[in-house]
Design a protein around this ligand. Structure first.
Ligand code: ADP
Ligand code: ZN
Ligand code: ZN
Length: 727
């Protein structure tokens, strides 16, 4: 298999092994091979051996060299790669790149330092200064410093060091420098499990299906269950992988796991540098660690004796990859459980509808936990109808109820979280005179106003421009800002409560590596009274002094044109509500909405997942949405709109020909996507809905590539089964 992105070279190539490598080379090794007409050197991976060469191969090339002194892929990985390639309709090399740390394709390997050690004992004319001094310094710091460091740190001459090396009194050696986090964390005390937790652990360990779902309300003690399972695995000499959603990762879970299991646990997420990722990966590969906690990609860490995979907050959309292979962590976990015979545990307060449906059909073991572990009660959730507020002349973004509750909590020195799933200040800017809307010049998207820095930005391509005070279309000064974002919420709080300290947690305030953790720590230490944020505050945070959560606009996720919007709304409200009342004090939640009668809001407010599931699954069945069907989305984009339309129409015509024989599949489109242009690329889509299995999807994919073949360079194609969003 060679490193080349083209679909045409997605197959296994045959190379001869030079004599000197015959003994060393094995399956899974990474090698350098000459490729193509120009014999460019590319990475290749050894996946098969042949004793005789296929007669059809005329001129065989030789492997140039080996890249590592160990196989980077194991047989288990090769198995997984083959399955993934089939399942996700992608290439071998895309799978390999997903499984291995990406630095490996960018020349990253061990970081080595040339350090100095002592050699032979000093003798003859060297038994004097400065040689004796240098010799003794090195002896004290054997293998720690390189030449430069020695000479600088101890003010000794470089030429003397060099002379000593020349005569063998000092030697140069290599030291591998570790690029991973060895920070110490405060010890986290082991809790004695309550009966519900003990029962859950037993059920998971004895589960024949190997896959269980813990449906446990927020605070029911799921994390303690995971930690207990990890301990049991350690006792059995087995390894564990704990997946958490990317943004919930940084402080809390790491604190608890590192506090309990010590520093020998790998933390693996996208903010690590290429070198750090490589080192963490190698640590796992060499069996130096037995536990990993990480985001989606940690699922591929090469543990030798994997016993457990936990996916916390399994409903999270960040568990699905948006680039090829478009895998879902849950699916990979199940594949791995077949290959490596490990347990898979999914945990959440708001299971994804598809997962719960599997549990209802007994394909997944269901464990229900509906009490909070520390005896606290779930917060009371109150829904406020914002239409009534308007009728009562309240035009502020806070309802009277939320306003008075904030005031009350502040007075009691308790903390508040305000949630709004939109960053920036105003979400669109338009002219009141002529109706002109400020849009991104590259995308079909209204620009968001950011008051910090006074600029307009496109949340799709990142394009920024200075805010304008006059309308570029008619020249009027009636430019108005509509909609609210987190910046505005913060501004309004400061206006009404000037003495209150606020913190904001959103994409804009958490770009730097440690900023999320800093905000988290500040709020935890009580340095702020109110935390304002996007969905980043909805997940996993456990602050005992938070007694009020305000959902500023629950409708945001409800109004998206997507069959999952009700589910997302239910999940978000439930999750963010779960941040309130986690300590001894009782919690309270205020949900502001213009749709108080919507079932997802009502069910979330009454903490009734079962009722929500019943209503939602009925709609899914009636509308033939997943889990009763699969949705296959063909998304095509191009800078050339006409060419794009011509091609996608052609695709549709040809698809209709093969589909007509199969009644169970519905074809929708072609039509422009909801966001019809991003980064100067026009976007159209075709949606197929119905009984689409993997074989069928592969057939469609092949057909699409065949049709677009001639314009392949100008048109981008993305195909996905059950995409997480179809905008
Ligand atoms: P979840 O992951 O379901 O949200 P956690 O595991 O975070 O729940 O537990 C919620 C709170 O209850 C935490 O503060 C935790 O320390 C506490 N807790 C969990 N299990 C126990 C237990 N068996 N005894 C005492 N406290 C517990
Ligand atoms: Zn105007
Ligand atoms: Zn844009």
């Amino acid at each position: 298999m060679v490193n080349n992105d083209s679909k045409q070279v997605d197959r296994i190539f045959t190379y001869a092994i030079p004599k000197e490598l015959l003994e060393k080379i094995d399956l899974g090794f990474r090698v350098k091979v000459p490729f193509g007409k120009g014999n460019r050197m590319v990475y290749g991976f050894v996946v098969e051996f042949y004793d005789v060469i296929d007669a059809s191969i005329k001129k065989i090339k030789y492997i140039k060299s080996m890249c590592d002194d160990f196989p980077v892929l194991r047989e288990k990985d090769l198995k997984l790669i083959t399955i993934m390639r089939e399942k996700y309709l992608c290439t071998y090399i895309e799978c390999i790149k997903t499984i291995l740390p990406n630095g490996m394709f960018k020349g990253i390997s061990n970081k080595v330092k040339n350090v100095i050690r002592t050699g032979e004992n000093l003798k003859d004319r060297f038994c004097k200064e400065p040689y004796v001094l240098i010799y003794n310094i090195v002896k004290k710091n054997e293998g720690k410093f390189n030449k430069n460091e020695l000479s600088k740190k101890f003010s000794v001459s470089m030429s003397s060091i060099n002379t000593m090396i020349k005569h063998g009194f000092l030697e140069q050696g290599k030291l591998i420098v570790n690029r991973y986090n060895e920070r110490q964390y405060k010890a986290y005390e082991e809790k004695i499990l309550n009966d519900d937790q003990k029962k859950a652990v037993d059920m998971i360990l004895n589960c024949k299906k190997n896959i269980s779902l813990i449906h446990g309300i927020t605070g029911s003690g799921k994390t303690e269950i995971y930690m207990n399972l990890v301990s049991i695995m350690l006792q059995q000499g087995k390894d564990s992988i704990i997946l958490v959603p990317e943004i919930a990762l940084t402080p809390q879970m790491v604190e608890r796991f590192k506090g309990r299991f010590g520093k020998d646990i790998t933390v693996f997420h996208s903010k690590l540098s290429l070198g750090e990722k490589y080192d963490e990966w190698l640590r796992v590969k060499n069996g130096k660690v037995k536990v990993a906690i990480g985001a989606r990609s940690a699922i591929f860490l090469p543990f030798e004796n994997l016993g457990l995979i936990v996916i916390d907050e399994e409903h999270e959309t960040s568990y699905k990859s948006e680039s090829d292979p478009k895998y879902m962590a849950k699916e990979i976990a199940i594949l791995k459980s077949h290959i490596e015979n490990c347990k898979v545990v999914l945990g959440t307060a708001t299971p994804c509808i598809e997962t719960y449906y599997e549990a209802m059909r007994d394909e997944v073991e269901l464990i229900t936990m509906n009490k909070r572990a520390d005896g606290a009660s779930l917060p009371k959730i109150e829904v406020v109808d914002m239409r009534e507020e308007l009728m009562n002349n309240n035009r502020s973004i806070f309802s009277r109820k939320l306003f008075s509750s904030i005031k009350e909590k502040i007075a009691k020195k308790e903390q508040v979280i305000l949630f709004l799933n939109r960053r920036g200040f105003s979400t669109f800017v338009s002219c009141r005179k002529c109706g002109y809307v400020f849009k991104c010049s590259n995308c079909d998207i209204a620009l968001t106003y950011h008051s910090e820095g006074d600029y307009l930005s496109c949340h799709y391509c990142g394009n920024k421009q200075k805010a304008l005070r006059v309308c570029p279309s008619c020249g009027s000064k009636y430019v108005k800002y509509f909609g609210i974002g987190t910046e505005k919420v913060e501004r309004e709080i400061k206006k009404y409560f000037p003495k209150v300290n606020t913190l904001r947690m959103d994409f804009d305030t958490t770009r730097k590596k440690d900023s999320y953790e800093n905000i988290y720590n500040k709020f935890k230490n009580g340095e702020a009274d109110i935390l304002i944020g996007t969905q980043m505050v909805a997940k996993g945070l456990d602050f005992s002094n938070v007694t009020l959560v305000g959902v500023i606009a629950a409708d945001l996720s409800l109004n998206l044109p997507d069959f999952k919007s009700a589910e997302r709304t239910f999940q978000l409200i439930t999750q963010v509500s779960g941040r309130a009342g986690r300590g001894k004090k009782k919690g309270e939640v205020v949900v502001q909405t213009y749709n108080p009668d919507n079932y997802s809001i009502k069910c979330a407010a009454s903490n009734d997942y079962d009722d929500f599931y019943k209503k939602e699954i009925t709609i899914r069945r009636d509308m033939n949405y997943p889990p009763f069907s699969n949705i296959f989305c063909i998304n095509m984009s191009s800078e050339n709109e006409n060419l794009l339309i011509k091609n996608i129409q052609n695709v549709a015509i040809n698809l209709k020909k093969i589909i007509s024989k199969n009644d169970k599949i519905e074809l929708l489109g072609p039509c422009p996507c909801v966001i019809s242009k991003i980064k100067n690329n026009y976007r159209w889509q075709i949606i197929l809905k119905g009984d689409i299995n993997n074989k069928y999807a592969r057939k469609i994919k092949k057909l699409v590539y065949e049709i677009v073949k001639y314009d392949y360079n100008s048109i981008r194609i993305s195909m996905d089964i059950n995409p997480i969003n179809m905008l």
